[in-house]
Design a protein around this ligand. Structure first.
Ligand code: ZN
Ligand code: ZN
Ligand code: FE
Length: 759
C-alpha cells in the first residue's frame, strides 16, 4: 500500500481550545495516521495515508475548525517517513518552546452555558464549569507546560466522573486542565468586607439579592475582582463613585445576553461580533436614549462600555439579578486590580458591602480588555484579558530577546523573542509602588514561561517615567532610549509586519521629544531604527504645566492669546469670562513671562483646549475626558474645515492652527452650535494632516501610512483620514492599542533594529 505524507503547519487560535483532540477525531475518521503537536506559533500535524484522505484532512483543517479555534494560516508540505497507522496527540514538545502552551482566557462556550442552565445536568448552576473550548487559562497558570499541575487548579483532585471526561479523547473535556464539577471543584463563599464568612446556603443567590437591594458587591472573577452594582440605580452608582474616588469616568456595564445589549445600545454587526468573541472585551458602543440604565453610569458621553458574561459565575449572577450590572475593576483609581480575597479584605475595605469569593486562586492579574469598532474593524484600546499572552507574529525574528518597558500611562510591557512579541497584561498608570509591583510580578512570570531574560531593554526617552527609572537600574547589557512617537509608529508597523520606511502619523497627548519639549503632533518618515520628523504642530503654552492639563481653560486662553496676538475678547467668551479675575491675570502673566509654562505639541492638547472653549468647561476630571465628549458630539454630516496654515520656515514644517482658532472664536461669538464647531474642528485636523501626508507621499513615493497614538482611538479622526487619503495604503491599529498600551511593542522592535545595525 502506498502511503503519502504531509506536514501541515497551522497558525491561528489553535492552542488550549480543543484543537488537537478535534484534529485527532478528524484524522481517525479519515483513516489517517500520524501525530499532532503544539509548537510556538501554533500546531503541527504530520499525517500519513491515502492522498485523497490527506486532501480531505487539509480541507477540513482549513475550513471546519470548531469555535473558538481559528485557523489563520495553513501550510502543507509533502514529507516522507514512517507511515504510522495510528494517529496520536503528542504532549507539548519536550524542552524548547513551551511558552505558547499557555493560551489566553476564553469566555464560557455555549455548550457549557447550557449545562449550567439545565436542572438535569450535574453541573447545573456550577460557577466553575469549563471545557477545552472555554475557561480560565493564563490567569490560573503558574508555570509551563500548561498542565493542571502548573495551574491554581492543582490542589483540586478530580472526582471519578471528571477524571473520565478528562481522559476520554471523544469527550469535550479531554485534557481540559481546569475541569471541575460541584463534587470536586472550587466553591463560592460570601464574605463580609472584613473577611467573615457569612453562613448562607447559596452564596450566589445571596449576592444577587444584595445587588438587587442596591448594595455594592465585590465579585472575584477571572483576572481579578470587579465591583458590581445595579446599573439602573442612580444612588448606588453615586456611592460607588464616591468610594472609588472616581468622579465622571464611565463605568463598564455587563448585560446577561445580546438581547439585553441591544436594548441598551445601537449595535452594528461588527460590534455584535466583538461583543460575542471568545475574548469578550468591553466594547465601546453608542447607548440608546431613555433606557433603564442610570445616567450616572456614563455621565459625560453617550458612549457605553458594554460586555457580556464571560464566566459561568457571571452568567448565573446576571441571570439571577435580572438587570444590567456596573462591573468595574476593583481598585482605587489607577491602582492595579485586586485579585486575592485576603488582600481584598484590606484593599477593598470601604469600597464593597460584601465579597463574593471562591477558592480558585488567580495566579496573574488580568484586567478586562477594551475594544471599539473603527472604520468597520475592531481596534483594541486596552489589550489584556483574552489576548494575553497570545503573541504578535513579527515580520522578522529579533536578533536577541528584547524587553520594552512601556511608558507611564496605561502601561504594558513587551517581551520579544524569536519571531514573536508578547505584550503583557494592562498594568495601569505606572506611577505608584503598587503598580510597579504588579509590573515586576507579571514580567517575572512571562520571563519564566518564555525562559528568557532579555539583555536588551528599551525604554521611553522621558527621564521622569517610573518605567525609565526602573529600566536604568535593572541589570542589562544594553539599554536603549526610544523616542515616544517613533515607538508608536513602529508599534503600528510591527502589527502590520511592515519593515519600513513608512509615513507615520503619531498624535497623542504628550511624549518626550529629543529637544526636551513635549511632542505629540508628529508626522514622521520612519524606519525601524530611525526617523525623520516631517511635520509637527505649532507648540501650545501650558501655563502651570500639569495644572493646565487638569484645567484646560488655561490652554484655551493660551491658544486664543496666541491666535489674537494677546488681544483676547475675554468678556465675550463664557469659558474665560467665568474665570476669577485673579487666576486670569496670573495665567496671563505666565503667558507673557513664560514662567512655569512649558510648551507642548500634542494634538490631544488642542482637543482639550478647543473642547473647553466651545463647551464652556474649564476642568477635566480624567485624561481624555473632554476629548471624548468633544468627539461624541461632533455633527456627523458637517464636513467643512476651518482654515489652517503650514509654516515651512524651520527645519521641521509646523502646522499652524491659529487661523482655525480665530475662526472658532468667530463661530462662538456668532452662536454657532458646539456640535457644528466640533465637526469642523475634526475636519480641520483631518484636512491639514492629509495635506502634509499627501505632500510627503508625492516627495517620498507611495509609502504605507500608519495612524497611531491615543488620538486614533477617535473614530472621526481615523475614518476621516482614511477617506481623505483615499488612494494611499493607510493602516490603522487592530490588535495592538494605538495609545500608550501599545508603546512597549514599538520600543522593543526599535531597540532590536538599533542593536542589529550596530548603533
Ligand atoms: Zn465550554
Ligand atoms: Zn468532579
Ligand atoms: Fe503616547
Amino acid at each position: 500500500m502506498t502511503s503519502a505524507g504531509l506536514r501541515i503547519d497551522i497558525r491561528g487560535i489553535v492552542q488550549g481550545v480543543g484543537f488537537r483532540p478535534w484534529v485527532y477525531r478528524v484524522a481517525t475518521e479519515l483513516g489517517v495516521g500520524g501525530r499532532v503537536r503544539n509548537h510556538p506559533q501554533g500546531v503541527t500535524v504530520e499525517a500519513f495515508g491515502r492522498q485523497a484522505a490527506l486532501d480531505a484532512l487539509v480541507e477540513r483543517l482549513r475550513h471546519d475548525a470548531p469555535s473558538p479555534a481559528r485557523v489563520r494560516e495553513l501550510v502543507a508540505v509533502p514529507i516522507t517517513g514512517e507511515g504510522a497507522a495510528e494517529f496520536v496527540i503528542e504532549g507539548s514538545a519536550a524542552g524548547g518552546d513551551r511558552a505558547l502552551s499557555i493560551p489566553p482566557d476564553l469566555a464560557t462556550c455555549e455548550a457549557c452555558a447550557s449545562e449550567i442552565a439545565d436542572p438535569d445536568d450535574r453541573r447545573y448552576r456550577y460557577p466553575f464549569t469549563n471545557c477545552t473550548s472555554c475557561g480560565p487559562r493564563f490567569t490560573i497558570s503558574t508555570g509551563v507546560p500548561y498542565d493542571r499541575g502548573a495551574t491554581t487548579m492543582a490542589p483540586f483532585v478530580m472526582c471519578p466522573a471528571c477524571r473520565r471526561e478528562y481522559e476520554d479523547v471523544a469527550d469535550r473535556r479531554f485534557h481540559a486542565q481546569p475541569n471541575a464539577c460541584p463534587v470536586c471543584g472550587p466553591r463560592l463563599a460570601l464574605w463580609t468586607p472584613e473577611g467573615t464568612v457569612l453562613s448562607v446556603p447559596d452564596p450566589l443567590h445571596a449576592a444577587a439579592a444584595r445587588l438587587r437591594l442596591g448594595e455594592i458587591v465585590a465579585v472575584k472573577g477571572l483576572g481579578g475582582f470587579h465591583l458590581a452594582c445595579d446599573a439602573t440605580r442612580p444612588a448606588v452608582i453615586s456611592i460607588l463613585r464616591a468610594r472609588k474616588r472616581r468622579d465622571e469616568k464611565p463605568f463598564a456595564v455587563m448585560v446577561r445576553d445580546l438581547e439585553a445589549a441591544h436594548a441598551l445600545a445601537f449595535l452594528s454587526p461588527d460590534e455584535v461580533d466583538l461583543l460575542t468573541a471568545p475574548e469578550r472585551p468591553i466594547v465601546l458602543v453608542r447607548r440608546r436614549p431613555d433606557t433603564a440604565l442610570a445616567a450616572e453610569v456614563a455621565p459625560d458621553t453617550d458612549l457605553l462600555g458594554l460586555f457580556l458574561p464571560y464566566t459561568p459565575l457571571h452568567h448565573l449572577l446576571l441571570a439571577e439579578v435580572g438587570r444590567p450590572l456596573v462591573m468595574t475593576s476593583a481598585n482605587l483609581s489607577e491602582e492595579p486590580i485586586c485579585a486575592d480575597e485576603v488582600e481584598a479584605t484590606t484593599q477593598l475595605r470601604g469600597l464593597a458591602d460584601a465579597l463574593l469569593v471562591h477558592d480558585r486562586a488567580i495566579a496573574t492579574r488580568c484586567d478586562d480588555s477594551v475594544a471599539r469598532v473603527i472604520a468597520g474593524r475592531p481596534v483594541l484600546l486596552r489589550r489584556s484579558r483574552g489576548w494575553v499572552p497570545r503573541p504578535i507574529a513579527l515580520a522578522r525574528p529579533v536578533a536577541q530577546p528584547v524587553l520594552g518597558v512601556g511608558g507611564m500611562l496605561k502601561n504594558t510591557f513587551c517581551l520579544a523573542t524569536g519571531d514573536c512579541a508578547y505584550l503583557g497584561p494592562h498594568i495601569g498608570d505606572l506611577e505608584n509602588l503598587a503598580s510597579l509591583d504588579f509590573f515586576e510580578e507579571a514580567l517575572a512570570f512571562v520571563e519564566s514561561i518564555l525562559k528568557v531574560r532579555p539583555a536588551v531593554i528599551a525604554h521611553d526617552l522621558h527621564p521622569g517615567y517610573l518605567s525609565t527609572t526602573w529600566a536604568e537600574v535593572r541589570a542589562a547589557e544594553r539599554r536603549v532610549a526610544i523616542q515616544h512617537h517613533h515607538a508608536h509608529v513602529v508599534s503600528a508597523m510591527a502589527e502590520h509586519r511592515l519593515t519600513g520606511p513608512v509615513i507615520g502619523v503619531a498624535y497623542d497627548g504628550t511624549g518626550w521629544g529629543t529637544d526636551r519639549t513635549a511632542w505629540g503632533g508628529e508626522i514622521l518618515h520612519a524606519h525601524l531604527d530611525r526617523y525623520e520628523r516631517l511635520a509637527t504642530f505649532r507648540p501650545i503654552a501650558l501655563p502651570g504645566g500639569d495644572a493646565a492639563i487638569r484645567a484646560p481653560w488655561r490652554i484655551a486662553l493660551a491658544l486664543v492669546d496666541d491666535a489674537f496676538d494677546g488681544d483676547v475678547p475675554i468678556a465675550r467668551l463664557p469659558l474665560l469670562a467665568a474665570v476669577p479675575e485673579r487666576e486670569l491675570t496670573n495665567v496671563q502673566s505666565m503667558l507673557r513671562t513664560g514662567l512655569n509654562t512649558p510648551r507642548a505639541r500634542g494634538v490631544g492638547r488642542y482637543f482639550d483646549a478647543i473642547a473647553a472653549l466651545a463647551l464652556g468647561r474649564g476642568q477635566s476630571g480624567h485624561e481624555g475626558q473632554l476629548a471624548l465628549a468633544w468627539n461624541t458630539i461632533a455633527l456627523p454630516d458637517e464636513h467643512r474645515a476651518y482654515p489652517w496654515a503650514l509654516d515651512h520656515g524651520g527645519p521641521v514644517t509646523e502646522i499652524d492652527l491659529r487661523p482655525m482658532v480665530r475662526a472658532i472664536v468667530v463661530d462662538l461669538l456668532a452662536g454657532v452650535a458646539a456640535p457644528v464647531i466640533a465637526a469642523r474642528f475634526h475636519e480641520t485636523i483631518v484636512a491639514v494632516t492629509a495635506a502634509v501626508v499627501n505632500d510627503a507621499l508625492r516627495e517620498l513615493g507611495p509609502l504605507p501610512v500608519v495612524l497611531t497614538g491615543g488620538c486614533f482611538q477617535n473614530p472621526r479622526l481615523a475614518e476621516g483620514l482614511l477617506v481623505a487619503l483615499g488612494g494611499a495604503d493607510v493602516r490603522l491599529h487592530g490588535e495592538v492599542p494605538p495609545g500608550d498600551g501599545g508603546l512597549a511593542l514599538g520600543q522593543a522592535i526599535v531597540a532590536d533594529a538599533i542593536v542589529r545595525r550596530g548603533g
